[in-house]
Design a binder for this molecule. Sequence first.
Ligand code: SF4
Length: 447
Amino acid sequence: MAHPTSLSSAAPKVGIVSLGCPKALVDSERIVTRLRAEGYQISPDYAGADLVLVNTCGFLDSARAESLEAIGEAMNANGRVIVTGCLGAEPEVIEAEHPGVLAVTGPHQYEQVMEAVHTHLTPPHNPHLDLVPEAGLKLTPRHYAYLKISEGCHNRCSFCIIPKLRGDLVSRPVHHVLTEAEQLVRAGVRELLVISQDTSAYGLDVRYAPQTWKNETYQTRFLDLARGLSTLGVWTRMHYVYPYPHVDDIIPLMADGLITPYLDIPFQHASTSVLKAMKRPAKQDRVLERIQAWRRDVPDLAIRSTFIVGFPGETEADFETLLDFIREAKIDRAGCFKYENVAHADSRALPGHVDEAVKEDRWHRFMQVQADISAARAEAQIGTVQEVIIDGPGETDGAYLARSKADAPEIDGVVHVDSPACLGAGDIVPVRITDADDYDLWAEHTA
Ligand code: SF4
C-alpha cells in the first residue's frame, strides 16, 4: 500500500468516529484539538479521510458489539483504522475480529494515539498553533461543553468493569478545571456539563488538595468546584453524582440559582439486598428523606437517574421496591437497563441470575411507571414560565428547539419554542409552557 502521505498533497485528513458516553466524547475532543494543533484536517466522512480514528466504548456487551461494528464499517469504507477508547484496553478482542487495524490504544492514551497517527500519517510541516481556538475544538455544539473533572473510579460496583478498564480515580486539579471552564465560557459556551465516573468523589485521591484560582483558595472537592463554577454565570449541570451524604451541600447553591437545579444520580436500584450485591450504598430510606428535603429547598429540582433491572438475585419483591421508590421519589428522568452479564464483571459469579423473559417483563413495567411519572411532571409544567436554552432552529419558520433546566442535551426531552424573535443557539430566553407530552414540552417565547 502507498505511504499515506502520498494520498494527498493537502493537509492530511483524519476521520473521527466517537462512540459511547459523554466522557468518551471529551477524549475525542482532546484528540481533535491535538490533531488540529498539528495541522491535520478533520474529515466529516470516512471516504474523504486518509485514516479513521474510532473511539470505542467497552462498558456493556451491547456497546462492545456496537464498537466492533463501527470498526468494521470504518475498515470497509476506508481500510485505514486506528482504534482507541475503552475497548482499546482489550486489543486482542479487536485484533481477532479486525486483524487489519493499524493500531489499538486504550482509554485516555492521548500520546499513544498521536504516536499511532504520526506513524501512519506523517504530520504536515509547520503546524500553526493558532488553528486551535482558545478553548480547543469541541465535537459538541458551541454553546454547551462537557467538562471532565477526573478519570477512573475508586468504587467497585460489582456489575461494572470501568475501574478495571480505566483504573482508579485520578482527579484533575481544581484550578485546571476552573481555568478550562472559564476558557470555554469565554469561547461562547453557555452550559457546562460536569462529567466523570463519580463526580461526588472528586478530589478523594488527592486528599482534597487546596489550589488557588483567581486569588481564592479552592479545595479539589465537589462543593468547591461547584462554588467556583457558579461564578461563571452559565448553566452548570452535575452528572454522575454518586449519592454520598455530602451531595446535600450543593443544594443551597441550587436554591440560590448558582448551579442548575439538576442532579444526575445513577441510583441503579432501591432494594437493600440488590444494592448490597451491587456493592452500592444501601440506605435507601435516608435517600428518600434526602430527596424530599432537596425538593423542599429547591422545588424545581430535576433528578435524572439510571437503574438496572434483572440484577442477579433480584426477586419480584425487590423489583416492586424499586417501582415504589421511583414513584415516591418522583424521579423526573430515568434510564433503565436490563442487566447484562458483562465479561470480567464480578457480578457474573453471583447466584440467582434472572431469566431473560423476566428481565424483559420488568423492563417494560419499569418504563411504563416511569412514563406515567414523566407525563405527570410534564403536565404540571403547563402554564409555568421558565428559562430555556436555544439549541437551534425547529422545522418551521419561527420554531426553535430548546431545553429547559431539567433537560440535559442528548439524554432528556426538548422544548419546542415558537418565537417571533430571531434566536441563536445558546440564547437563554423566558418561555411560557403551553403543552406537553410524556417527555417533551411546547412553549411560546414571552417578553
Ligand atoms: S461508580 Fe460504580 S458504576 Fe460508576 S464507574 Fe465507578 S464502579 Fe463503575
